[in-house]
Write a protein that binds this ligand. Sequence first.
Ligand code: PLP
Length: 363
Amino acid sequence: DLEERVFNFAAGPATLPAHVIKKAQAELYNWGGSGMSVMEMSHRGKEFLSIIQKAEADLRALLNIPENYEVLFLQGGATTQFAAIPLNLVEPEDTVDYLVTGSWGDKAFKEAQKYSKPKVVWSGKAEKYTKIPSFDGLEQSPDAKYLHICGNETIHGVEFKDYPVARNGILVADMSSNFCSKPVDVSKFGLIYAGAQKNVGPSGVTIVIVRKDLVGNAQGITPVMLDYKIHAENKSLYNTPPCFGIYMCGLVFDDLLAQGGLEEVEKKNKKKADLLYNAIDASGGFYRCPVEKSVRSLMNVPFTLEKSDLEAEFIKEAAKEKMVQLKGHRSVGGMRASIYNAMPLAGVEKLVAFMKDFQAKHA
Ligand code: PLP
């Protein structure tokens, strides 16, 4: 059946494990003998309650989430959280810090301007977002209520390998594109958020992991749908949640646990990323990755061709061999291979072999 599938290098929505999709297919018509599809179930019925409770328990096990953190399954994408975070965590006149390492961090900063007084403590823009600064020299605002980072910049391929300590202790991280790709010490963060559609499920589910003491202080104007307290008190069932998406995330969490948890998952991701970056670096400049080596993303690998007029051909020829979605983001051009958890090693091996052939043809 794998013959029917392509190697999908899209940045998101992205590839999911084939066997997880097959499981969903098998359960699609009649989930667990209930006589219903998950998409037909009441979100308050016992069947769906068992699904969402298992999804949360499995995610807690995967990330070793401490008891004093809420896990929320929300809607609106990570983009909605750009507003929800300042709305829930601070007052309009409060200073908050943003470390901007790419376009997503910049978007989060801009949205926060509507609900707080954000400051950029460092921006990689002048260096085309290819770096992360040393944390020693980072000048955080003395009165900042939190420090926001984007754990992995999906477009630029820049990933934090360790984390700065926020001056007031509240580090907030957008982990949309590296969520569940490696172990993370959740206790270092006040809040972690992620859209599901890269590593853990379909679009439509947004996961927020937030320390309990940060919940319950939302600004008066906060819409009910953005108020963490409402969702926490109602176990993510205040209104109709994205039931089918949550179910799919649950299948992925279950699968990640079955693989041995996030340490094993990280090993696989490192192996794939090393293979691809080594191929780029060993090409004698034919291929180039602009990102500083120490912060290269395990998930999103942007690269360019020295002969940039060949890029369209590269993308077209790769697609003929069933390797799709290799075009870089429109804002940066070039190519980008997104190699999330569900990209098999075989997909990266095939891409690397293709790159060598392409170089031999055009060198
Ligand atoms: N943050 C990061 C790091 C992303 O990669 C994306 C989407 O690609 C977003 C935020 C926006 O997420 P959404 O489309 O779920 O709002």
